[in-house]
Design a protein around this ligand. Structure first.
Ligand code: DSN
Length: 422
C-alpha cells in the first residue's frame, strides 16, 4: 500500500512575507511530488522533522556542549541536544556521539583533525571508484592537508578486494584507514577493515553517510560498536534533516568534541539538532526497520529490471540502496546526457564516474540512482517494474524532447498514487 499520510507544507506566513521565495518553494514541492526521485543521497522527511527544523531553536547561541555552554539561557537547548545524543547512541550502539557537525564534510574534517597531524598518511577509496571528495581527493582539504594513499576496486569484479587493500596498507603504513562510500553498490565487510587497521596499527574509521539508515536498522553491518570513529550525514537513508554527526569510542570522545568545537565550528545549529533528535526517534521505531529493508528490496528489484532492459550495472547489481549504471557502454550515451534526458522526463538521478572511467567526472560514463526517497513514498518491488520502464524509455528517447515530455506526463500520473506532502 502506498503511504497515504499527507504532510502540511502550506507556508501561509511565508506567502505574505516573501512571495518570491514562497513561489520557488511551492514549485520545488511540486517537483518533488510529481517526479521520481532517484538520487540515492536524497530522501523525504516527516512533518515532525520539518517543524523542528523550522523552529525557534534557530534563535539560540549555544557554543559549547550540554551543561557547559559559553552563553546563558541554554536550559532547554540542553534538553534537545541531550535527547539527540542519547537517541543516536541507542540507534547505533555508540559509546559517544557528537551531534554538532554541520554537514558531512565538516564531520570528516573534525575526524581527521582529531586523529591525525597535518601531513599524516591515511587511506580512503578513490573518488572515481566510489569514494567521496573528503576521502583524500587532491582538490579537497583532505588530499591537500594529508597524504592520501587511495585504494580502488578490483578491475574485473568492480568490488573491493580486501587482500589488495591489506597489501597496500602494509606498504603505506597509514595512520587512519577510512571505509564507507558514496557510490559503491555493494555490502562493505567492515570486520575486514577492522582486521586490516589492527594489522597496521591504524585508526579504523568509516563514513557511513549513505548507508547509515541501513546500518541503524540492521539491514547492513553496523561498524559503530567496534570502529574507532564513524561519521555520517543524517539526511540520506537515515531520513533526517540535512546535517551530520560523529560517533566514536569513549577513548576518542574528548579529541572529537574538541575538534568540532572549538577546533572547527562556532555555534551549533540547535534547530537542526532538534530535527535530528526527531529523526532518530523515528528511526528507533520498528517501522523504520521495515522501511530500510524495503529500500534494499526495491533496489534489487529495480536492478533486475534494468539488467533485463540491457543496461550494464557496475559490479553486476546491488546489495544496498544504490545502483550505478554504465550508460556509455550500454547505450553509447554519457552520464551527463542521460541525467539531462531523465530530468526532462521527471526522473532525477546524477551523473557519476564508474570504476576505471575513461571519461571525466563532469561528463562521465555512468549515472547513479537509488531507492531511499521512492521507498519513503510507499513504492514496493512491484512498482520497480514501472520505475525501470520509465528509466529505460527515458534513456532510449534521450534525444527526443517531445517523447521525454510525454514520459514526464506519465511519471506525474504514476506519482499521484504515492502522495507525501500536501
Ligand atoms: N554529495 C553526496 C552524495 O550525493 O553522495 C555525498 O556527500
Amino acid at each position: 500500500m502506498a503511504k497515504k499520510i499527507l504532510f502540511e507544507t502550506d507556508l501561509k506566513f511565508l506567502k505574505k512575507a516573501d512571495e518570491e521565495i514562497y513561489n520557488a518553494l511551492i514549485s520545488e514541492k511540486q517537483r518533488q511530488m510529481e517526479g521520481i526521485e532517484l538520487i540515492p543521497s536524497e530522501n523525504l522527511v516527516s512533518q515532525g522533522v520539518l517543524e523542528a527544523l523550522g523552529s525557534i531553536a534557530t534563535n539560540k547561541y549555544s557554543e559549547g556542549y550540554p551543561g557547559k555552554r559559553y552563553y546563558g539561557g541554554n536550559e532547554f537547548i540542553d534538553v534537545i541536544e541531550n535527547l539527540a545524543i542519547e537517541r543516536a547512541k541507542k540507534l547505533f550502539t555508540a559509546e559517544h556521539v557528537n551531534v554538532q557537525p554541520l554537514s558531512g564534510s565538516p564531520a570528516n574534517m573534525a575526524m581527521y583533525y582529531a586523529l591525525m597531524e597535518l601531513g599524516d598518511v591515511f587511506m580512503g577509496l578513490k573518488l572515481t571508484e566510489g569514494g567521496h571528495l573528503t576521502h583524500g581527493h587532491p582538490v579537497n582539504f583532505s588530499g591537500r592537508q594529508y597524504k592520501c594513499v587511495s585504494y580502488g576496486v578490483d578491475k574485473t569484479t568492480e568490488m573491493l578486494d580486501y587482500d589488495a587493500i591489506k597489501k597496500l596498507a602494509l606498504e603505506a603504513k597509514p595512520k587512519l584507514i577510512l571505509s564507507g562510500y558514496t557510490a559503491y553498490p555493494r555490502a562493505i565487510d567492515f570486520k575486514a577493515f577492522r582486521e586490516i587497521s589492527d594489522a597496521v596499527g591504524a585508526y579504523c574509521c568509516a563514513d557511513i553517510a549513505h548507508i547509515a539508515g541501513l546500518c541503524a536498522a540492521g539491514v547492513h553491518e553496523n561498524p559503530v560498536p567496534y570502529f574507532d570513529v564513524v561519521t555520517t550525514t543524517t539526511h540520506k537513508t537515515l531520513r533526517g534533516p540535512r546535517s551530520a554527526m560523529i560517533m566514536c569510542k569513549n577513548a576518542f570522545a574528548e579529541k572529537i568534541d574538541k575538534a568540532v568545537f572549538p577546533g572547527l565550528q562556532g555555534g551549533p545549529h540547535e534547530h537542526v539538532i532538534a530535527a535530528k533528535a526527531v529523526a532518530f526517534k523515528e528511526a528507533l521505531e520498528p517501522s523504520f526497520r521495515d522501511y530500510a529493508a524495503q529500500i534494499v528490496k526495491n533496489s534489487k528489484a529495480l536492478a533486475d529490471v534494468l539488467i533485463a532492459k540491457g543496461l550494464r550495472l557496475v559490479s553486476g547489481g546491488t546489495d544496498n540502496h544504490l545502483i550505478l549504471i554504465d550508460v556509455f557502454k550500454s547505450k553509447s550515451l554519457t552520464g551527463k546526457q542521460v541525467e539531462h534526458a531523465l530530468e526532462l522526463a521527471g526522473i532525477y538521478c546524477n551523473k557519476n564516474t564508474i570504476p576505471f572511467d575513461s571519461r571525466t567526472p563532469w561528463d562521465p560514463s555512468g549515472i547513479r540512482i537509488g531507492t531511499p526517497a521512492i521507498t519513503t513514498r510507499g513504492m514496493k518491488e512491484t512498482h520497480m517494474k514501472e520505475v525501470g520502464e520509465f528509466i529505460s524509455k527515458g534513456i532510449e528517447n534521450a534525444s527526443d524532447p517531445a517523447k521525454l515530455a510525454e514520459i514526464k506526463a506519465e511519471v506525474k500520473e504514476f506519482c499521484k498514487a504515492f502522495p507525501f506532502y500536501k
